[in-house]
Design a binder for this molecule. Structure first.
Ligand code: UDX
Ligand code: UDX
Length: 459
């Protein structure tokens, strides 16, 4: 009663859940329903243990849940009741047929569009929240306009730029909000209604409006540019190791150029996460389908460099551990694709684990949030891995530690104690450059940072 807008979000995942929680908090006069086909997920959204870990999320959900924020599986009824529908179902890389391995699989999106048409009794604004290939809105409009019985649907593109681990902060204080629409009277009106939601807490000048196709493409390109920076810096980390340059010094030196900027210049074992690889593959596919093979090849190289970096990290471990790791115990510090999340989708730790297992190493994996996901990711290697939340226990009797996720807790461990309980010579490979390398060397470790000189006790 008394709510002046009825908003629905279809898809209660990493994007839909946090975004709607923040809208509910900032717009108490709107009612927000979030629906999902996955009953277990919805149960979790209604519990104390949410389906995703995100700092600050639980507090916001608890504040709004049951007041103006509701989670359910009642998709049909909620479609009927709503004025605005955000769609944030997943759009994974296609695994079959034409475009397999590259294009987006739009079957969930299409199914959702049909469900919207079949259950709508009044005009609605449909907001694309999932990342979609450019010109998807066109296809969706065709579906929405079929059998619409005179009901009008206006499609808006409003891509999400939140990063995991800082989702709430990114939502509360975004760099920008992007809203793409048709440049018709109806399109512009719908765009201004969506802008009106964000204006509750985002300054006017941060709300960018564009045509539909620019908005759809901007999301892909933002992720492609970010990933490209990481591949660029990682390529130079390989060169630094050969030339005794130091990648952190290079990043600092080039990052002070305001045209380059200092963010996203940390060398790593490679980027992971559900978006970067998928979105670049999508871009490659789109470029190819318009006959732009040079453009496609250019962006493909960003992914190839990422794969190379993961392989290079493992090859280096093997080389430094006397050309064999068979039967050796290697402890992985971190499995999540980045810190402050339990998410392991496309985590570089998955490929690195599999490469190490192929070499017949025995793995011990520790992570403060991602152990359950790691177990699923590596289910086929049961028996060759132990999972242990305590990093001290995890590293007991191991030959080497490899830091794969930049969790702060790994910076503050008692490495004297860890060293004492490891086999000698003890190796540490810092795939995130977060540890105090000099200090570790003094304790007795042979230390291998990324993109800088190694510190070893071997003559
Ligand atoms: C991610 C990306 O962030 C996004 O940009 C991309 O387009 C899709 O993948 P995310 O929220 O992380 O989005 O995906 P996910 O956590 O998998 O959530 C999607 C949800 O949609 C799932 O809970 C799934 O059950 C639900 N879903 C899927 C439906 O409710 N209906 C469907 O038909 C399909
Ligand atoms: C990304 C985008 O940042 C976000 O805007 C978009 O909406 C979704 O995709 P996310 O995947 O959550 O967000 O994480 P992000 O912080 O971008 O990190 C991606 C990967 O790059 C991680 O594996 C991270 O460890 C790695 N990374 C990041 C580096 O290796 N070096 C860096 O300097 C920064």
């Amino acid at each position: 009663m008394g709510f002046n807008k009825k908003i629905l979000c279809i898809g209660a995942g990493y994007v839909g859940g946090p975004t709607m929680a923040v809208i509910a908090k900032k717009c108490p006069e709107y009612i927000i329903n979030v629906v999902d086909i996955n009953e277990k997920r919805i149960e979790q959204w209604n519990s104390e243990k949410l389906p995703i870990y995100e700092p600050g999320l639980l507090e916001i959900v608890k504040e709004a849940r049951g007041k103006n924020l509701f989670f359910s599986t009642d998709i049909k009824q909620k479609i009927k009741e709503s004025d605005i529908i955000f769609v944030s179902v997943n759009t994974p890389t296609k695994t079959f047929g034409e475009g397999a391995g590259m294009a987006s699989d739009l079957q969930y999106w299409e199914k959702t569009a049909h469900e919207i048409v079949e259950n709508s009794k009044s005009d609605k604004i449909i907001v694309e929240k999932s990342t979609l290939p450019v010109r998807t809105a066109e296809a969706m409009e065709r579906i929405l306009k079929s059998n619409s019985n005179g009901i009008k649907f206006e499609v808006i593109s409003n891509p999400e730029f939140l990063a995991e681990g800082s989702a709430i902060k990114d939502l509360l204080d975004p760099d920008r909000v992007l809203i793409g629409s048709h440049l018709t009277d109806d399109g512009l009106k719908a765009a201004s209604i969506i802008a009106g939601i964000y204006k509750h807490w985002v300054a006017n000048e941060k709300i960018i409006t564009t045509n539909l196709w620019s908005s759809e493409l901007s999301k892909l390109i933002a992720n492609a540019f970010l990933a490209q920076r990481i591949s660029s810096v990682n390529s130079i980390s390989a060169l630094s190791e050969k030339t005794d340059a130091d990648i952190s010094e290079i990043s600092r030196a080039i990052g002070t150029d305001s045209r380059i900027g200092s963010k996203f210049l940390n060398a790593s074992i490679g980027f992971g996460g559900s978006c970067f690889k998928k979105d670049i593959l999508n871009l490659v596919y789109i470029a190819k389908s318009y006959g732009l093979s040079e453009v496609a090849e250019y962006w493909k190289a960003v992914i190839s460099m990422n794969e190379y970096q993961k392989k290079r990290f493992v090859s280096n471990m093997i080389k430094e551990m006397f050309n064999t790791i068979a039967g050796k115990k290697i402890t992985l510090f971190g499995f999540a694709f980045k810190a402050e999340t339990g998410d392991t989708r496309e985590s570089p730790a998955i490929d690195i684990s599999n490469y190490l297992l192929e070499e017949r190493a025995f793995l011990s994996i520790t992570d403060p949030q991602a152990i359950e996901n790691a177990k699923d990711d590596l289910a086929k290697s049961e028996g060759k891995i132990i999972f242990e939340e305590d990093p001290y226990k995890a590293s007991e009797n191991s030959n080497a530690i490899a830091v794969l996720t930049e969790w702060n807790l790994y910076k503050d461990l008692d490495y004297n104690k860890i060293y004492k309980n490891m086999k000698k010579p003890a190796f540490i490979f810092d795939g995130r450059n977060i540890l105090d390398h000099e200090k570790l060397f003094k304790i007795g470790f042979n230390v291998y940072p990324l993109g800088k000189r190694k510190l070893t006790h071997f003559k």
